[in-house]
Design a protein around this ligand. Sequence first.
Ligand SMILES: N[C@@H](CCC(=O)N[C@@H](CS)C(=O)NCC(=O)O)C(=O)O
Length: 206
Amino acid sequence: MLNILGRKTSSNVQKVLWCCGELGLAYEREDIGGEFGGNDRPDYRALNPNGLVPTVIDDGLVLWESNTIIRYLAARHAAGTLWPTDPRVRAVGEKWMDWQISVMSPAMQPVFRTLVRTPPEKRDMAALAAARASLSKTFAMLDRALADRAFLAGERFTVCDIPVGIATYRWYTMEITREDYPHLRRWYDRLAERAPFRAEIMVGLA
Ligand SMILES: N[C@@H](CCC(=O)N[C@@H](CS)C(=O)NCC(=O)O)C(=O)O
């Protein structure tokens, strides 16, 4: 049995839940982190010394780093479909997974934390405007990348669409001004046709 440790409101946990939904994998999940705590417990730190979520245990294999987890699950259970086996196709898609962690996530965090996790009276609106403009530039990049392809790795949905797909749900759901990004919108609407995306990701922001 696959065990997932982490609260459902974490975007990084949501990557794993969406991936499991795509793969039809059964799992047990425990609420850890955020309001639930538990991520400072010695037994949790022994599994994941970062004290962050998610952590998964799959047949005795302990893994953390959400993008590594979904790469592993897709490679184990969906080689040739969710996990492209052509290295040139996969690298094109995986580039956007690494970019989500290194570029998009740092741009998303100040906007998300201000609008979703900070009471209105405590929000720094000038900082929010600047952060939103920076975030929008990352979506402009994504929009350009999607101009000539249906999905990030090519013509088929793959695990590579998951990390930025969750960020894009946040972009379209937060109360912000949004530029018109037609290729991004077309791709996002295709994601929204997928039952696991609707069940695990399109559930509101908290
Ligand atoms: N690079 C890590 C980042 C993990 C991370 O930052 N997780 C956040 C939630 S999205 C966390 O554990 N925050 C502390 C908490 O939830 O208590 C990954 O992708 O798994």
